[in-house]
Write a protein that binds this ligand. Structure first.
Ligand SMILES: [Zn+2]
Ligand SMILES: [Zn+2]
Length: 241
């Protein structure tokens, strides 16, 4: 199994339906040998989600806890067919990384074309870094176009471990198609746990298993290399963090 150094999609109690604190997540990450942890709570439109102030106040958030690098980001909802996000750029600029995604609680979804257009519009924002769980069958997408645009803009496609176990049933086949597209275009994927409880932190088995099964190039899995991960955060421009 490939060694993974960081988990960039971890929720805390601030998400409204997360069950662990930052510190609890850190402790599990340390125990599992991770060097990097990315906290990415849901954005304000999610029922029970944090207010924009939670993200704006990130100056309080440490860069390192007990020897592990911690990055403070958000999983930001796409709220409409114009691809609008529910956190303003001035807030996104303060974050270490920005994930975008669709959730049925926020975005009602439309045709494949409408969903694709919404996501492509969201990707126009240079502050967006990662597309989370695009394989969700609840929101059909033109994978060809989505991957083309993601890779062309130097952004990263997430292969979400929870999509294979806890949620978004039926994602696996779609994720395989998406990963194949990314490979073809020489782009990046990141494997993430999407942990909502601390013990899920660092769980990538099924996502990694799929990538290995299809012989996805290891050097294009962003978090399979500590150097690539650190570079990913260092190279992000236009941010205040
Ligand atoms: Zn959630
Ligand atoms: Zn999500």
């Amino acid at each position: 199994m490939v060694r993974i150094w960081g988990d960039l999609h971890v929720h805390t109690i601030a998400s409204g339906h997360g069950y662990s604190t930052v510190l609890e997540n850190v402790h599990v990450a340390l125990r599992k040998g991770l060097k990097v942890l990315g906290i990415a709570d849901h954005s304000p439109s999610m029922p029970g989600g944090p207010s924009p102030l939670y993200f704006e106040a990130r100056g309080h958030f440490p860069k390192e806890i007990e020897g592990i690098r911690v990055y403070f980001g958000a999983e930001v909802d796409i709220v409409d067919f114009d691809g609008r996000l529910d956190l303003e750029d001035k807030v996104l600029r303060k974050l270490d990384f920005v994930i975008v995604s669709f959730h049925p609680q926020v975005f009602r979804g439309g045709t494949r074309e409408e969903n694709t257009e919404a996501l492509l519009r969201a990707l126009e924002n240079p502050l967006v870094d990662i597309v989370a769980h695009p394989g969700n069958p609840r929101f059909p997408l033109d994978y060809n176009r989505v991957v083309e645009e993601t890779v062309a803009r130097g952004k990263v496609i997430e292969i979400n471990n929870s999509s294979f176990s806890v949620s978004r049933k039926g994602s696996k086949e779609n994720c395989r198609v998406i990963a194949r597209e990314v490979e073809k275009r020489g782009g990046w994927v990141v494997v993430s746990s999407d942990a909502h409880f601390c013990e899920e932190v660092g769980e990538f088995r099924e996502a990694l298993g799929m990538l290995q099964e299809m012989q996805f190039p290891e050097d294009k899995i962003l978090n399979a290399s500590c150097e690539n991960l650190i570079r990913f955060f260092e190279n992000r421009e236009g941010r205040e963090s």
